[in-house]
Design a protein around this ligand. Structure first.
Ligand SMILES: [Zn+2]
Ligand SMILES: [Zn+2]
Length: 138
């Protein structure tokens, strides 16, 4: 997979350095719309999750909070990066941590459930498709 603008080879596993928006871009060539990175309420994210599942013909996905939820983002810092969310295939649900209460993270996790895959190329393309869908409806 290559950046559509500069042709650099992209590693979906290093997703922190990529931009998923319609296509998969390197971070030098594209930026997220600020509205995709805004902090949103849990309820707002639940509504977006429902809309996305419906639009993409997917079974509903349950959004969970961390049972030991702490509003302090430091809890979710692993020394190098923030833990934004986690997807669970069985039962089908996902958990978004406070630093990941944004549409970009929701799409990232949903793409894991929709494709059933880890950070693969198929996952990356699905993530980019979901982001573009949301962006058109903001
Ligand atoms: Zn590029
Ligand atoms: Zn992931």
């Amino acid at each position: 997979m290559n950046c559509p603008k500069c042709d650099k080879t992209l590693e979906p596993d290093r997703h922190g350095q990529l931009i998923f928006d319609g296509q998969v871009w390197c971070e030098d060539c594209h930026r997220y719309d600020d509205r995709l990175l805004e902090r949103r309420s849990f309820q707002d994210l639940e509504t977006w999750a429902q809309r996305l599942c419906r639009a993409f013909g997917q079974e509903p996905v349950h959004l969970r909070r961390d049972p030991d939820y702490l509003p302090d983002p430091r809890k979710y810092w692993d020394g190098a990066t923030f833990l934004l969310g986690e997807a669970f295939h069985e039962p089908r649900c996902l958990m978004l941590h406070p630093p990941g209460h944004q549409l970009m993270s929701l799409c990232h996790e949903l793409a894991h459930l929709f494709t059933g895959q880890d950070h693969t190329e198929a996952w990356a393309r699905n993530f980019a498709t979901l982001v573009a869908w949301v962006k058109m409806r903001l």
